[in-house]
Design a protein around this ligand. Structure first.
Ligand SMILES: [Zn+2]
Length: 263
């Protein structure tokens, strides 16, 4: 009999771990600024003696997905403390995996805290990625289509098409930094499935949208609305200076725009 791949073993485990549980309430969808929250542990699955999977009724931990790396942080109660290393989204449930620092994890009340400096960096990068979509379209007078993105290291957005020439890259850089300097609100709203299609058909990630019960729309002032479940800053001023913008040609007629954010 063929041995299952590691990926399949993992998927099976996640099926077991999340079996019978209600969907996790995703606090980060509406309150991205929450660095701390109280929650209830509804299930604990120990792994070895020093690690465990914790499942909560609600969470501030954004799981890896949509180009956004997993949040990390801490969870603690009177009985235990854990260093949370990653959050995984599986069938509507967020599975938190961590290393036990003290005690034995158990169900009941828990205090959660994100590694906020990392999350805030990801929020700034994520918002900058949307701004790049807009500025690229504006500079090249073309509809842009994203292929993927990654907001850890390396930090980039992938697009279909030929890489922009150096002149266009400078133009994108200028337009993006002008917009950041001026500032602009980042608005979040929720649409029911079917309501969003007309609003969203120009979105650069339209072909890659996950199957969500409720579509979350993110609109940067002056830009096209975009469906997205990630975490963003409230105003693009918070991105800081966008720098180190460069294009990298990739296989199959695609390219990446690499960038940094900071002051
Ligand atoms: Zn987003």
């Amino acid at each position: 009999m063929a041995r299952p791949s590691r990926g399949r073993v993992r998927a099976m485990n996640l099926d077991e771990i999340t079996s019978g549980l209600a969907k996790t309430e995703l606090l980060y969808l509406k309150q991205m600024e929450l660095a701390k929250a109280e929650a209830k542990v509804v299930k604990v699955v120990p792994e070895k003696r020093t690690q465990a999977y914790l499942l909560l009724d609600k969470t501030i931990f954004h799981p890896k997905g949509g180009g956004q790396p997993s949040d990390r942080g801490k969870m603690a109660s009177d009985q235990f403390a854990l260093e949370i290393k990653k959050a995984i989204f599986h069938r509507g449930v967020v599975v938190h995996w961590g290393k036990i620092v003290t005690g034995t994890p158990s169900t009941g009340h828990v205090s959660c805290e994100l590694d906020w400096s990392y999350r805030y960096l990801v929020m700034r990068r994520h918002t900058a990625a949307h701004l790049l979509d807009h500025c690229l379209a504006k500079t090249t007078f073309a509809r842009v289509e994203t292929t993927d993105s990654w907001l850890d290291e390396p930090c980039y957005v992938g697009y279909r098409g030929k890489p922009p020439n150096p002149h266009d890259i400078r133009q994108v850089d200028d337009v993006a930094n002008e917009m950041i300097n001026e500032g602009g609100q980042v608005r979040i709203e929720f649409l029911k499935p079917g309501e969003g299609k007309a609003v969203l058909e120009n979105a650069p990630n339209f072909e890659r949208l996950p199957d969500l019960d409720e579509v979350r729309i993110v609109t940067i002032e002056g830009c096209e609305p975009i469906p997205c479940g990630g975490t963003h800053v409230a105003n693009i001023k918070e991105i800081g200076k966008l720098s180190n913008l460069r294009a990298e040609e990739m296989p199959e007629g695609t390219f990446r725009l690499h960038f940094s954010v900071g002051d």
